[in-house]
Ligand binder design. Structure first.
Ligand SMILES: *Cc1c(COP(=O)(O)O)cnc(C)c1O
Length: 230
């Protein structure tokens, strides 16, 4: 058991160093600071602790109950928690109370509840999830509705609009991916002009983060490449 854990710890540290290196090389090219969210859904709290010890302070979780259990076991660590899963309205209270960021906001009802239940002195950081692949099955709001939605969020005092996030449709064609990134980047830049709080373009996962960074991402969400397969 001890060997198993320390082997995994080393592997996680090695993966984080690698990802950080690659991000750094690419951010030199684009001259931007890029934030790394380690996506720890399906991983044990020990894996999170290993990543934390390797210098990783930002973690993303998709499932509320799982996240709360691990958060409790890690409560003495200064972790910035991002919620990146689908949101049911009856979960808004606990999400608002337990996370610093929510990246998957795409409904008015959810926005209002997150605002209502936020009592921290710090506002809850919000990214609007955008459906850039135009697939009906994907979550996220349509491109044409983003501006109005952003306005609504910006008027709520317990929320802080930080930017946009998307999960591009699965494709093996880089050209198709790049055209999706471009849509989101344009939207991000438009929002940035209107709202001074906007500074986040959240795209890029294990399989596409370098391409996403090349195309303007300044926050990437990486799970498998850090922790291994779920
Ligand atoms: C799971 C997940 C990730 C991480 O995916 P990997 O391919 O494991 O890097 C990123 N973003 C969201 C929204 C996810 O659900």
């Amino acid at each position: 058991m001890v060997f198993f854990i320390s082997f995994n710890m080393l592997k996680i540290k090695k993966n984080i160093d690698l990802v950080r290196d690659e991000i750094k090389q690419n951010s030199h090219k684009t001259k931007k600071d890029i934030r790394l969210v380690a996506v720890s859904k399906g991983q044990s709290y020990i894996a999170i602790k290993s990543a934390f010890d390797a210098g990783q302070k930002i973690f993303g979780e998709n499932y509320l109950q799982e996240a709360l259990e691990k958060k409790k076991l890690l409560e003495n660590l200064e972790i910035e928690w991002h919620f990146i899963g689908p949101i049911q309205s009856n979960k808004c209270k606990l999400i608002s109370e337990n996370f610093s960021w929510v990246q998957t906001v795409d409904r008015i009802k959810i926005v209002n509840k997150l605002n209502q239940y936020r009592h921290s002195k710090n506002p809850l950081n919000i990214c609007i999830q955008v459906n850039i692949s135009e697939e009906n099955t994907k979550s996220g709001i349509g491109l044409n509705d983003v501006k109005q939605f952003a306005k609504l969020i910006s008027n709520l005092k317990n929320l802080k609009l930080r930017g946009v996030m998307a999960i591009p449709s699965k494709t093996n064609e880089n050209q198709n991916l790049v055209s999706q990134y471009r849509l989101l980047k344009k939207l991000y830049e438009d929002l940035k002009i209107t709202y001074s709080s906007v500074d986040t373009l959240s795209i890029g996962m294990s399989n596409d983060y370098l391409l996403a960074i090349e195309n303007g991402a300044n926050l990437v969400r990486i799970g498998t490449k850090i922790f291994g397969a779920r």
